[in-house]
Design a protein around this ligand. Structure first.
Ligand SMILES: Nc1ncnc2c1ncn2[C@@H]1O[C@H](COP(=O)(O)OP(=O)(O)OP(=O)(O)O)[C@@H](O)[C@H]1O
Length: 334
């Protein structure tokens, strides 16, 4: 199995610096997700690892082997790159797309490998179809099968679910994660979808302002975010007033912020709790989302979830139960 090390990777396009001193490791067999907003440089990291972009500072290792940063685009067959738009060959059918990179193999071995993949990816009955005759989900399966055909040890996945609808997306996530683990591959997934990152990854790197703001297991980042940016990226949170935290019996220094996930605030009829005015109620199916303002804390506005509206004393006011143990203290800036 192959692990990946990215050490002090910096990339500029012209005068504009996109990435600065990016370092992280993917242990053999791990799935690591790079998470960040559009344009923050996620795909650029993958492109550097795949040697599709070679003008960078820093070093990238596959196990002990340094990918030589010599300005040349060299194809490394240990690495499989699954593109956001699938990048299939439109003039070839499904089978021809999958066998494209296997030209060095003997016909018999090529046939065996392609047939196995066609069956494994549920594409056997579609093997002679042209790419435009396939659904988005089928095209995506062809793009993954085509890469797995040459048996890479490392998979780079650039937003592989972005063209799929919600149902297919969820099914494909489970399937792809199992396949990566079963084959013992190391994988780097790029996404801007926090739920996808949390459910797919062993570890997550969150990019902010050219750098990795936090790197760790999904659980670490979700439960112990270092900064407001990380907390806000992974979960829906409210910032709480300093005075409220003090009134609950704790203290907080001025360089820190107190935050709480929106679903950790309980809406109650208990008048001894924190009084809030209701600004808006939205029906969200299995819960209601309330926009409220805190009457005793400079009318700071919060978003909270209520699971029924019978619990509201009126449609104008409600009371909020906020527990100290649910409050996270994060740094405003790392
Ligand atoms: N070849 C290039 N020349 C100039 N600028 C580029 C080039 N490739 C990427 N960029 C710029 O670098 C930045 C990072 O691009 P990149 O595609 O890595 O972002 P991303 O985080 O993957 O975005 P998205 O989530 O929208 O796909 C963007 O501002 C982009 O415009």
């Amino acid at each position: 199995m192959i692990g990946i090390s990215v050490n002090d990777l910096s990339v500029s396009f012209g005068e504009t610096k996109i990435l600065e001193d990016i370092s992280f490791n993917v242990e053999a067999g791990e799935i690591v997700t790079i998470l960040g907003p559009s344009g923050c440089g996620k795909s650029t990291i993958l492109r550097c690892i795949a040697s599709l972009h070679s003008e960078y500072k820093g070093e990238i290792f596959l196990n002990e082997t340094c990918l030589v940063n010599n300005g040349k685009h060299e194809c490394n067959t240990d690495i499989g790159y699954i593109f956001q738009d699938y990048a299939l060959f439109p003039h070839l059918n499904v089978k021809e797309n999958i066998e494209f990179a296997l030209y060095k193999l003997k016909q018999e071995e090529k046939q065996r490998r392609v047939d196995t993949l066609l069956k494994q990816f549920d594409l056997f009955d579609h093997r002679y179809k042209q790419i435009h005759e396939l659904s988005g989900g089928q095209q995506q399966r062809v793009s993954i099968a085509r890469v797995l055909a040459y048996e890479p040890k490392v998979l780079l996945l650039d937003e592989p679910f972005s063209n799929l609808d919600t149902i297919l997306r969820n099914k494909t996530k489970v399937w792809l994660k199992k396949m990566i683990k079963d084959l013992g591959l190391s994988a780097i997934l790029v996404t801007h979808d926090q739920k996808e990152a949390l459910s797919m990854s062993d570890k997550i790197a969150i990019i902010n302002n050219k750098k990795i703001e936090q790197f760790g297991t999904s659980q670490e980042l979700f439960e112990k975010p270092k900064s407001y940016y990380v907390a806000n990226f992974l979960n829906r949170i409210n910032r709480l007033p300093y005075k409220l935290v003090e009134d609950l019996g704790s203290t907080i220094s001025l360089e820190n912020l107190a935050v709480i996930p929106i679903d950790k605030i309980e809406v109650t009829a208990d008048e001894t709790k924190i009084k809030a005015s209701i600004l808006d109620i939205s029906y969200c199916g299995d819960y209601y989302e309330l926009e409220v303002s805190l009457d005793d804390y400079e009318n700071m506005e919060l978003t909270v979830k209520a699971f029924c509206i019978d619990c509201l004393t009126s449609m104008q006011n409600c009371f909020l139960d906020i527990k100290l143990e649910d409050i996270k203290i994060v740094r405003e800036k790392v």
